[in-house]
Ligand binder design. Structure first.
Ligand SMILES: NC(=O)C1=CN([C@@H]2O[C@H](COP(=O)(O)OP(=O)(O)OC[C@H]3O[C@@H](n4cnc5c(N)ncnc54)[C@H](O)[C@@H]3O)[C@@H](O)[C@H]2O)C=CC1
Ligand SMILES: O=C(O)[C@@H]1CCC=N1
Length: 273
């Protein structure tokens, strides 16, 4: 692909995307430029790990790129747009990874009608398995969206959504890897408590998860039916599920996703000023 992509912010999500992008040949590493506020060591680390370009001069990094990926925290968006607006051109595309922050706000902070596309990847981008949602702002054409989807497909799947649904999909696909990891952490606690060998247990947990993902993907059965097929009356699974129900497990999960969604909206309220 003949695009040069600048990352403004070189933290965990930028690295996950860079790792995914450079692992396949869709975007040559030399067409990726990372820049941040001042952490030279971090840029050197990314350059040595992924053979990408880095530039501490943000203006140069932006001027030399067609696609500018905003990869700072939501709280830093105003400062970032104030800093870069003089350098942004209308032939470029701004891609924002920021939770909560709307395309409308970013557009309003720029002096140009540059297209702004909001995406929500997850850290599985690092292994090419992100489930990235994508939504365009008011200056975005179908061609802009297609280009950004192609770029993001280098790190996994992309799904076009309405921007009003972005907060909920941030919960369901951006933050949710953390929720799955949290459950696995609890299983690791059980492994330790039982004195089981983690080297035996971990591959079993991973294979089980892969099997669950595969069944969800290929089986015509709903998750509820798949669960019932495991649950013999009076058996082991039933005993486990009863315990989860007694702890209001499903309520906890729905509440967790609601709180995550609400936080995304709150970030917008707090930092779009
Ligand atoms: N970590 C995750 O799983 C996901 C994160 N995101 C979004 O990605 C964004 C970045 O998140 P993380 O990488 O986790 O944060 P992070 O804190 O690891 O990285 C942010 C980086 O941006 C830099 N930065 C701040 N202002 C800047 C500016 N004006 N110019 C250049 N660099 C600047 C900071 O120095 C820092 O290195 C956030 O907005 C978050 O909502 C989206 C999807 C998933
Ligand atoms: O926790 C956060 O705010 C970011 C957004 C989605 C995943 N991590």
């Amino acid at each position: 692909m003949n695009q040069t992509i600048a990352f403004l912010g070189a933290g965990s999500m930028a690295e996950a995307i860079i790792a995914g992008m450079t692992a396949n040949s869709v975007i040559p590493a030399q067409q990726i430029i990372a820049t941040n506020n001042s952490n030279k060591e971090r840029l050197a680390e990314l350059s040595s790990k992924y053979h990408i370009q880095t530039n501490q001069n943000k203006q140069e990094a932006i001027t030399d790129s067609n696609v500018i990926i905003l990869a700072m925290k939501p709280k830093d968006i105003k400062k970032a747009t104030d800093e870069i607006k003089g350098w942004i051109r209308e032939d470029q595309i701004i891609v924002s990874l920021l939770a909560g922050i709307s395309t409308n706000f970013i557009e309003s902070q720029l002096d140009t009608n540059t297209p702004v596309i909001r995406v929500m990847p997850n850290t599985s981008a690092a292994i090419g398995l992100s489930a990235t949602t994508v939504t365009g702002g008011k200056f975005t054409t179908a061609d802009h969206l297609a280009l950004v989807e192609t770029i993001m497909q280098s790190i996994g799947t992309t799904t076009l959504i309405e921007e009003e649904d972005m907060d909920a999909f941030t919960a369901l696909a951006g933050s949710s890897p953390a929720f799955y990891y949290y459950m696995i952490e609890a299983m690791e606690r059980f492994v330790a408590d039982k004195g089981l060998d983690i080297d035996i247990a971990k591959p079993l947990m991973i294979q089980t998860l892969k099997g669950v993902a595969g069944m969800l993907e290929t089986s015509p059965d709903s998750p509820g039916v798949l669960r019932q097929k495991i649950t013999s009356p009076g058996g082991t699974t039933e005993a486990g599920l009863k315990t989860l129900a007694s702890h209001n497990f499903q309520h906890a999960v729905v509440d967790c996703l609601n709180q995550t969604t609400d936080k995304s909206a709150e970030l917008r309220k707090n930092f779009e000023k």
